[in-house]
Write a protein that binds this ligand. Structure first.
Ligand SMILES: [Fe+2]
Ligand SMILES: [Fe+2]
Length: 292
């Protein structure tokens, strides 16, 4: 898998924060427009759609995003704050057969019990049937799925590290029985850019950001880590977990980490203390253009 992109553009369509004084809206959720370019092809993908479709639409309009140009949708995991509105988005493309790329377990029952028991996975209006009716074509796979040469999903991420157990206590149901949910559906995107290296784009990193980066290295052996963008879900993590994560991620010497959404203030500060201006808090409208 050594083909590379000439350039990658990442535009943040939804995030928990929005810049001061602008017309963009924040929401508890995450969404990116990702545009890969090589000599042969250009591909526009939306990864995740947040949970407030009106706020997402506002930002897409203000950021001049033409929904009709989208080639595929990637859902990083089942959480409602990443997937609510995906049927509406597919309808708005006015296309049929738009690939919706996700893990095969993404539509499972997925519950949290704090402060009260409730479903936090994909909501009814965005289930498999709704996505197909809206013009989507589900591409469900555990394996890495190349979207174009130099841009791939991670597929299911092997849990290798000793310190990245999920911060979230979540549950699933199988034949009426309740089980702790390990979130096998957590996938990310990896791009390999000519002359730059790897760009890792995450939803919430429920698989653990170090596990995700190691999966990126195994997909592109010999490549260096260039950029990490997305949610790192260290909100609520203990200081030991945050310290180990920051140490190990920074040992890969990334040129930029832009983390927000569920990363948490403590982890953002910890990254800033090590990386200085190579760390940027993520917010709606944040744009990253990476080229050779
Ligand atoms: Fe999230
Ligand atoms: Fe999440």
């Amino acid at each position: 898998m050594m083909e590379k992109l000439d350039s990658l553009r990442i535009l943040t369509l939804a995030e928990n924060t929005a810049p001061f004084g602008g017309s963009l809206l924040g929401q508890h959720g995450l969404s990116f427009l990702i545009e890969g370019k090589s000599e042969q092809a250009t591909l526009q993908v939306i990864m995740d759609v947040g949970q407030d479709y009106d706020a997402l639409c506002n930002n897409m309009e203000k950021l001049n995003v033409d929904v009709g140009q989208i080639d595929a949708v990637v859902l990083s995991h089942c959480h409602y704050d990443h997937t609510s509105g995906v049927a509406a988005l597919l309808t708005q493309t006015k296309k049929r057969g738009v690939p919706v790329i996700a893990h095969p377990h993404i539509f499972r029952a997925h519950f949290i019990n704090t402060p009260v028991l409730r479903h936090v996975g994909i909501m009814e209006g965005n289930n498999m049937q709704s996505l197909v009716a809206a013009g989507g074509q589900p591409f469900l796979t555990r394996d890495p799925l190349p979207l174009m040469p130099g841009l791939t999903t991670t597929g299911e991420v092997p849990r290798i590290t000793s310190f990245e157990e999920s911060v979230l206590k979540v549950f699933t149901i199988n034949e009426g029985n309740v089980f702790r949910d390990s979130m096998p559906d957590d996938i990310s995107l990896v791009a390999c850019i000519k002359g730059r290296g790897l760009v890792v784009i995450t939803g919430c990193s429920h698989a653990g950001i170090i596990n995700i980066i190691k999966q990126a290295f195994s997909l592109y052996p010999g490549e260096e880590l260039h950029v990490v963008i997305g949610g790192l879900h260290l909100e609520g993590a203990g200081s030991e977990r945050i310290t180990k994560t920051v140490e190990e991620l920074c040992s890969f010497r990334p040129d930029l980490v832009s983390a927000g959404h569920c990363t948490g203030f403590d982890a953002q500060v910890a990254f800033y203390n090590v990386l200085g201006d190579r760390f940027v808090p993520l917010s709606a409208g944040a744009e990253f253009i990476i080229s050779k």
